[in-house]
Design a protein around this ligand. Sequence first.
Ligand SMILES: [Zn+2]
Ligand SMILES: [Zn+2]
Ligand SMILES: [Zn+2]
Ligand SMILES: [Zn+2]
Length: 278
Amino acid sequence: MAEPYTPPKPKKTLKRKRSQPERDGIDMDEPFPPPAALRRKIPNFQGHGPQNCGDHHHRIMSSIAETRYKAHFPFSSMTWTCVGCLGDYCPINLHDLPCGHFFCLNCLNHRIKVLPSRLGIYTKQLNDTMAEMVALEDQPRRKRMPATQRREVEQTYSRLKFKLLHYAGLECCGMDTKLNRFVGCLSPGASRTYWLCSHWLFDRPHERRSCAWPDCEQYIPVLCRWELRPSLGGGDGQRYYCVQCRANSRDSSQRVLVSPQTKFPWLPEGQDLLLPSR
Ligand SMILES: [Zn+2]
Ligand SMILES: [Zn+2]
Ligand SMILES: [Zn+2]
Ligand SMILES: [Zn+2]
């Protein structure tokens, strides 16, 4: 869940030969801040961390979970088991999955840590699945289909969506783990990784972009695109805001990747590249 957003202190500046004077109170070297509507959609990663973990109260979210919960009653012991490391923990320190399994904080962090490389290992399968989903999304006259046909399409769509989660390692017992409920317990870095990876997973492959700042190259979700208002002195089009380095990039129109990226976000050869920008 998105928490109140504290505006970041911009740290990047464009290299300039001569320093440019301040204009109308705007520092000409500072990156343009993304609009408030976009900032509200970005979680306050800095507020996340293990200090928020604990006192978790669990909700029964499926019949299989109900069966598993009942096995714990009456409490034979005051500890429950983590499905990752099989360690015993006090229930309020565990994170419940919709299937009735639990993760300790270490195992939760581990799932997130390996997420970017999993997306790399299964990029082809993920992209093929996404292509099928896109074909369904773009199907003309979907709204005017007979109810039975529409239901079939919806079922196929959720089956494909589940396939994505499966390849990403974000399912347990055939259910979405819904780990977004626990991002507040993760370190700021891990929580940002989770947020970026879950956007990457559902963004259309040809729309994926990475930050143009060479010391960063982090993933920029489709959600982080914004239009620069001419009143800010720009007006030359779209900006891409990077949640890692808090700088902007913009379209380059000609530059494409000459070889596939060897780290997350794993952009393929030929993908459009961005340029560093204010
Ligand atoms: Zn927690
Ligand atoms: Zn564990
Ligand atoms: Zn499970
Ligand atoms: Zn960046």
